[in-house]
Write a protein that binds this ligand. Structure first.
Ligand SMILES: *Cc1c(COP(=O)(O)O)cnc(C)c1O
Length: 251
């Protein structure tokens, strides 16, 4: 048991986490997919390192963060506080928010993967940053890259349009310190979720024909995880349904 057992916040997180795990398992089963074939990434942005430690105590290992330098600081705090008996139990953190080129150096030191890569300049910056991080011993594996695909071309939400996707993927493949893992989507607010997730699945199927190892599809959040899992998501990014509403103050 952790030092947090018995505190009300831990109890609240445990209850919501359990409900989300049940939803995810049910969605995977309903899609006739093998149990455990969709990863749960708990999105802890805006919440403190203590909450991440509580979730570690509840058995979660994979977390999503979206902003530097908040994320890097929090990861360092968690790693200082949580020393797993078995190194295989060490927490992993993915970057799910957009990365500015000048922040690539710090992100490459803590992130397992970046889900939101959508332009050549960021690919190049992450490629250089990951190479340095490997050289300097800040990481042992190449940095994972998921290309964020824009489903409706809206520049506000970010993402690369389908026409430019393969060229961007070639650029990732050419960088030794990066490993192309797949695609990420955020469904537009307008229109049917089923329609957008079907679009994501279609684009991903075509993508895997060209990049056979890039099997990941990061899709689905608190509100649409079932639809995403039905469409083949391999990673849902769930914040609000587990953490509660994000605080209004930005950190
Ligand atoms: C914040 C965020 C999420 C989590 O969204 P919820 O609706 O809180 O589950 C997922 N993906 C991205 C890219 C995010 O920024």
């Amino acid at each position: 048991m952790t030092e947090f057992s018995g505190d009300p916040r831990t109890a609240e997180l445990a209850e919501r986490l359990e409900a989300v795990r049940r939803r995810l398992d049910a969605a995977v089963a309903a899609a006739n997919r093998p149990a455990g074939s969709c990863e749960l990434l708990v999105v802890t942005k805006f919440f403190p390192a203590d909450d991440v430690c509580r979730l570690l105590g509840l058995g979660e290992r994979a977390f999503g963060e979206s902003r530097e330098p908040e994320a890097g600081r929090k990861v360092a705090e968690v790693r200082a506080e949580w020393t797993p008996a078995d190194p295989a139990d060490a927490p992993v953190f993915d970057m799910i928010g957009s990365v500015q080129s000048k922040k690539a150096g710090s992100v490459a030191r803590w992130a397992r993967a970046v889900h939101s890569v959508d332009r050549p300049k960021v690919v190049d910056a992450l490629g250089r940053a990951a190479a340095s991080a490997l050289d300097e011993g800040h990481r042992t594996d190449p940095l994972g890259v998921l290309l964020q695909v824009s489903l409706d071309g809206d520049p506000l939400r970010g993402g690369v349009v389908e026409e430019d996707l393969l060229a961007l993927a070639e650029r990732v493949s050419a960088a030794d310190a990066l490993r192309l893992r797949g695609l990420m989507v955020i469904a537009p607010l307008e229109g049917e979720r089923e329609h957008w997730m079907a679009e994501a699945a279609r684009i991903h199927r075509a993508f895997v024909e060209r990049f056979a190892d890039a099997v990941e599809l990061s899709a689905g959040m608190s509100g649409d995880m079932e639809v995403a899992v039905a469409a083949g998501s391999t990673c849902v990014r769930v914040g609000t349904a587990i953490m509660g509403d994000r605080p209004l103050v930005s950190q």
